[in-house]
Write a protein that binds this ligand. Sequence first.
Ligand SMILES: Cc1cc2nc3c(=O)[nH]c(=O)nc-3n(C[C@H](O)[C@H](O)[C@H](O)COP(=O)(O)OP(=O)(O)OC[C@H]3O[C@@H](n4cnc5c(N)ncnc54)[C@H](O)[C@@H]3O)c2cc1C
Length: 407
Amino acid sequence: MIDFSLSDEQKLLEQSVREWGSKEVAPFIRENDRRHHFDRERILGGMAKLGLLGISVPQEYGGAGMDYVCLGLASEELEYVDTSLRVIMSVHAGLNCLTLLTWGTEDQKKRYLVPQAQGRKIAGYGLTEPSAGSDVRGMQTTAVRKGDRWVISGEKSWISLADVADNFLVFAWTDQEKKKQRDPGGISAFIVERSFKGFSSGPMKEKWGILAGNTGFFKMDEVEVPEENVIGRLGEGFKIAMFALDQGRFTVAAGATGLIRACRDASVAYAKQRKTFGVEIGQHQLVKEMIAGMESDYQSARLLWLRSGWLKNNGLRNTRETGLAKWFATVASERAAGDCVQIHGANGYSDEYPAGRFYRNCKGAVIYEGTREIHKVMQADYLLGYRVDRPTRCELPAHSEGVKSQV
Ligand SMILES: Cc1cc2nc3c(=O)[nH]c(=O)nc-3n(C[C@H](O)[C@H](O)[C@H](O)COP(=O)(O)OP(=O)(O)OC[C@H]3O[C@@H](n4cnc5c(N)ncnc54)[C@H](O)[C@@H]3O)c2cc1C
């Protein structure tokens, strides 16, 4: 039986995030965007109070214990207000916390996951490097064993929350022979703390979108990391990085869906207020076409991420479905934001209205967590039989409440 209704818990969560966003963030977001200001206290403090920073982490590890559909709902509501808010869900709650939950040891969960889920520590994800984005194997960061420690050297770039996060999930080559052969079995995953000696970070200069958020680089100059901070087994880093992307992409898909809704609502409001040729511009068929397109994109994108959340709740592999949801929603959000600017005419070309911010913000998601092209190739490869998902050693835990409420 298919049930499209949300449970009471899911509705309550959606409502709480919506209220907080509209009252506590929306009135300040334009100014923060203009000033390139990440309002740490207001945003992270508010999100922690709502339990969003550990939303789908079980209560025994300091989280709110909500299902994965709640994670999606929160992402959608947050990006409705501004992309910078949803990015926090993607890197902290999605890429980092859910990876620790799935691949971390009990000791790692106690030391890192608990404070992160409680919102006392913020976490990021460091995969991309100046010479390696889509081509992960092109990364140059290395980790060399020294007694019971690993010495990591390298630079990660375009990292969300680089200047903000306390802990990072970092990927590095631990097998130099495999690095030469570009064999991803030579990559391992580590937790690196900002407080470790040799760690430094800075902002990405001249970034032109997600301006109320923080994006930067970090350098590791012979950073010594204890053996206990290796996530998973040695050589499992590539698999762990890809696993994390299944969770991050889910939040990006739901977030981009929220951005489409924001474009739709702003467009409807403006189309009823602006007049040309003696009528509201909403009366013109070509304007209606753009608004109708936003609605069909919104509804389709929402169904795709909901299906992905349902698969996660049921403990089913969802790499293919989550990738499709992310690809569709982000490309559709670019379409919606472009049309939102168009409907606003010259006013859309000014930051006096939110359309311009939506337009700048949407583009990042068409690039990060797998570019549009990488996702196209992935979907074609599934169809052609060139790509098959094999079970991994650790799988995201199913969510029993979510399963009960929807099956
Ligand atoms: C705002 C923002 C935040 C980010 N946050 C993070 C973060 O927190 N952590 C992190 O690790 N990274 C982050 N990234 C980096 C992001 O994941 C990379 O930018 C992305 O993976 C693309 O890599 P690239 O920029 O090196 O582009 P490239 O890989 O150099 O690609 C350039 C172009 O070539 C195309 N291309 C490449 N290979 C192929 C192929 N095989 N087939 C067809 N086309 C191809 C791409 O689609 C793209 O159009 C962030 C990026 C941005 C913009």
